[in-house]
Design a binder for this molecule. Sequence first.
Ligand code: FAD
Length: 473
Amino acid sequence: MVGVEQLYSPLDVEIDKHTLTEYVPAKPLESNLEVVFSVTEKTSITPQLDPCGQLSCGSALKFPFARADYTPMVVLISDAKVLVAADATTETKRVVELTLDIASLGELDYEPGDTVAILPSNSPQVVAQVLQRLNLTQQADSACHVNLALNCAKKSAKVPAHIPALTTPREILTYCVSLRSVPQKQFLSALASYTSELKERSFLASLSSKQGVAHYQTLILERGLCFLDLLELCASCQPTLALLVEHLPRLLPRPYSIANSPLESAHQLRIVYSIRAHNPGVTTSMLEAKVEQYLLQQKPVQLYVYPRMPNAFRYTDRELTSNQILIAVGTGLAPFLGFLEHKQLRQQHATGQTWLYAGAKTPQAMLKQEQLVIWQENSILQHLRLCYSRSSVAEQPKYVQQLLQQDAEQLVELLQQPTTILYVCADGAKISKSIEDSLRCCLQQVLSLDETQATHHLKELRTQGKYREDIWL
Ligand SMILES: Cc1cc2nc3c(=O)[nH]c(=O)nc-3n(C[C@H](O)[C@H](O)[C@H](O)COP(=O)(O)OP(=O)(O)OC[C@H]3O[C@@H](n4cnc5c(N)ncnc54)[C@H](O)[C@@H]3O)c2cc1C
């Protein structure tokens, strides 16, 4: 379980070293919003079982990529299995498979590769710490609403659509705003004006100034310091809730790939997530807390989910007679587990070839490795190539890119067939780019193309829908 101590990890940033002696502070901004507590301030909103603030915002608030006719609904975590244990020596992330009981979504028509979105919430401990800093602990559950400030001069100012009309400070900080987003310079400058200690105020003001661009680059963009880190670094920074509502972006739902076939069960689906050991993300921390709750209580735990609009990255009955080249790195294997299970359940109709290239840190970190081998033995997979980046065997390829190049001849031959589709899924844009580079090399080598021609060929493949990619982060 991720404790607040880990989320609030001590930072080894010496603020004086990142404070300029000469800079022009940005013009102070007037606050455009105000938080007004109800006259009957003591009547707190009765907390629901598992409330979710953005759901009470009305139809004006859109949920990104939600399928038509679907809004977030409560589903139940009905099972949780650890697929991969975290391992610090190989920097392997813990991977968990969740089974979700989705009966509340009705007859959901989905295919392997489709995605659902999960509504995250900020951890209760972190929210409690922010409330304390804002001096709102006593009013954390008091009814309030957010208005335009009386003196607001900005014509375009409005109350963000992701804040419910009637809410509480705890609800806003738990469900509505992202506490870990990249702080914009305007926000830093606003925070400076709510900081009493000179050294800390100068640090924030200098960081937000035009002259502070290099420090902003290092601390905010490269080291990823977020609002919570700044609060830790600047103990005298005490912003208002209205300021946070104005400057912190919406806490957005996160997509997760469906990792099973719909033929398995109409009312259940599985997702697989990985969690970082250090500085874990908001949604994955929330999922970890829910898994812990599930394992402790041994009864289903609620989660807010909605189905996202499908795209071409899916394996349907149409694909049964075509060929697939599947390339996965890390947890990116998750959607392909669904593809392969679907093919298995439709095996009598499946005439196409399926090749899988997958990479993980170690054999233990490869998702469902035994199942992959069984699929190969049962001719669901015609070609299975696995590699491990932390392998100590010198002559073995470590990366899928190397496997692709080793197989260049047969790979390009299969790819050239009219019904072959190549799918790439990796948890990182850099890996996807590097896979593309090695595919380019394969095309150059086998088809005797120069780099420009091979790039053009890849572009054509994408246009024709023969090269499909899911980039996660
Ligand atoms: C189409 C699509 C499908 C996806 N399917 C899956 C899936 O099936 N399984 C899955 O685990 N993820 C999947 N993701 C990624 C997922 O949506 C989240 O981005 C991820 O779980 C981290 O969310 P978070 O809220 O915990 O992290 P945030 O709080 O958003 O973390 C901030 C940043 O930290 C980094 N980060 C945090 N956690 C991780 C992590 N575990 N691994 C690598 N970097 C991390 C990322 O750069 C992230 O942007 C998918 C993304 C897309 C776009």
